[in-house]
Structures are given as C-alpha cells and as structure tokens.
Design a binder for this molecule. Sequence first.
Ligand code: DC
Length: 220
Amino acid sequence: MGLVIAIDGPAASGKGTLSKRVAAAYGFAHLDTGALYRAVGVSVIRAGGDPADAEAATRAALDLHPEDGILSDPALRTDEAAQAASKVAVVPAVREALLAFQRRFAEMPPGGAPGSVLDGRDIGTVVCPSADAKLFVTASVEVRADRRLKELRERGIPAIPSDVLEDMKARDARDSQRAVAPLRPAADAFVLDTSALNADQAFDAAIAFIGSKTGLGPKA
Ligand code: DC
C-alpha cells in the first residue's frame, strides 16, 4: 500500500484544487470522492427519482461503476448535482456501497502510482483513518459562497449571491449534522483555514505539513 493523503473539508473550501496540486506534486493518483456522491445523485435524477429517497439512492449507488467515465461527466458539476449528492450522502447504505471503491483506490492507486490523495468529507475519519497525513481544509461560509459565486459566473451561469450563500449553508448543515460520517476534522488532522490564503499559500502550507508527517518532498 502506498502513502495515503486524506484531504477533507466543506464545499468550496479549496480542497479540490489543493488536492489536485498535491497529487501532481508527488506523482500520486487523485480521487475526488464527492464525484462519487454526485454521480449517485445524478443517476437518481436521470432515472426520474428523488435523491432524498433512500431506496432509489441505494439502488443507484449499488449500480454505480465509477471506472466507466461517469466521474468526468460535466453534469456532475452543477449545483443541482451538488444538492442531490448531499442528499444521497445521508443514506448509510449509499456510503457503505461507495466505501469499497474508495479504499481500493487508496490501497492500489491506479496507474501504479506510489500513493494517493483522496478528498472528501470523511476520508480522515472513516474511509482511510490510518492515512499518512490528514488535512482539513476550511474557510468561512461567506468566503466559500463568494468563491462559488465567482466560479459560477466564470462558467457563465447566472447566480444570485444570497441564494448561493443559503445553498452553501444548507449543504454545510446537511453534511455536518448527518448521523453517519458527518463532516468533521479527524483528531489528528491539520486544520488549514484558507479564508485569507490564496491557492499558492494554501499549497505551500499543505506541502509543509505533509512533508513533516511523511518526509516527502515534492517531485522535482
Ligand atoms: O465535494 P463535493 O462538493 O463534490 O461533494 C458533494 C457532496 O457529496 C457533499 O455535499 C457531501 C457528499 N460527500 C460526502 O458525503 N462524503 C465525501 N467523502 C464526499 C462528498
């Protein structure tokens, strides 16, 4: 088993960008575990179901084949998909169904990579509790809503600031208050607040922490 780096945090905390950069720096494989939940949510919607329906969500999770390219479907990146993901994610059987794929990825990273970076909500607490380095990336809800708004506008999607903030709060509440695997930092996680940091500063802080835990240096 290669080195495992767990990066958790709320929506729009910057953990996705950070995880990709960290993985590239070490030549590790990267898994965006949120995409698994998004894929389940989108499958339920496509089948005409309601993502809040536990049975429909469980069926979709059991039928999911992440290797088939679904994780790069642009439909996963919409706000509708994000809200659907957060609804299916409260269902324990959905989480259970997605666990094996995530652990396999960490144990045997694709392409023979020497390690893996998994980002999500419960990587350090549930999926890979013995990860070599755990980060919890966060930022104030206002900063995260601002980032999300900017991202939507850059993609040409009209958005109302107060709606984006309310959606962000609703998702935070659902993710952190659910009974199974709620969003919270692992006891041994390094909490990285990116409210006042740019992407480079967040990356430097992450690399310094990971280096201190693992002795790894970024690839030349
Ligand atoms: O990271 P993201 O915004 O793509 O995640 C979408 C939703 O999926 C998120 O609101 C909660 C859920 N999720 C989860 O419960 N556990 C994970 N490891 C990753 C995502």
